[in-house]
Write a new protein. Structure first.
Length: 201
């Protein structure tokens, strides 16, 4: 009988002859391993794949600090009556404000707060598709003007709204993972909770 077979026989005999002690040992080991699992953390960023001292990682982090991050939460809003109605504008506007309360979100972009750039002679005018005053209580004229402005902007169509303005995108930008990584699990949980609120409404 080899050493391995002897060890296996002792182990099996112990389990058969002392089942209660075996269960107790298994329970204690499970508690010990379970306590360690509480220290585990999820990390969805690119950092888990690369050495943090890699020159290319340092270069990318510098780029993020200057130009921002490309991680974002994207939410779609559909209205068969169109996005540029009082109810849809109110929902998209309130959703935009609520997303600023989500952890690690630094910017929220929609078709409504998109900065439209118009050139008149030597002047360049920059203004959102709908300003804050018109978002609060938009008139029919405000809605028609905003719709015309949005659908006339090639950067908005098929990016933030579709061609018939019945579907809109909200893009909530996540902060760069510089010194600490954003808590993606918390962001996801808060996003679902926020969307549940609007589904109920």
């Amino acid at each position: 009988m080899t050493a391995f077979e002897k060890t296996r026989k002792v182990f099996v005999d112990f389990i058969i002859e002392r089942p209660k002690q075996t269960l107790l040992i298994f329970f204690v080991l499970s508690l010990g391993l379970g306590a360690g699992s509480l220290l585990l953390k999820t990390d969805f960023s690119y950092k888990v794949w690369y050495n943090e001292n890699d020159p290319l990682v340092k270069l990318y982090q510098s780029f993020e600090q200057n130009f921002g991050n490309d991680d974002a939460v994207v939410v779609g809003l559909y209205s068969k009556e169109g996005i540029f109605t009082k109810d849809a504008v109110k929902a998209l506007s309130e959703l935009t404000e609520d997303f600023y309360q989500v952890s690690d979100i630094i910017r929220v972009d929609t078709a409504l707060n998109f900065n439209d750039i118009q050139a008149e002679g030597d002047e360049i005018n920059i203004s959102p598709v709908m300003d804050e005053d018109s978002l609060t209580d938009p008139s029919l004229e405000d809605l028609e003007s905003a719709k015309k402005l949005a659908l006339g902007n090639s950067m908005l169509v098929n990016s933030f709204i579709n061609e018939d303005a019945t579907f809109a995108i909200l893009s909530a930008q996540v902060r760069p993972a510089n010194e600490t990584t954003p808590d993606y699990q918390l962001i996801t949980a808060q996003t679902y909770k926020l969307l549940d609120k609007y589904r109920k409404e």
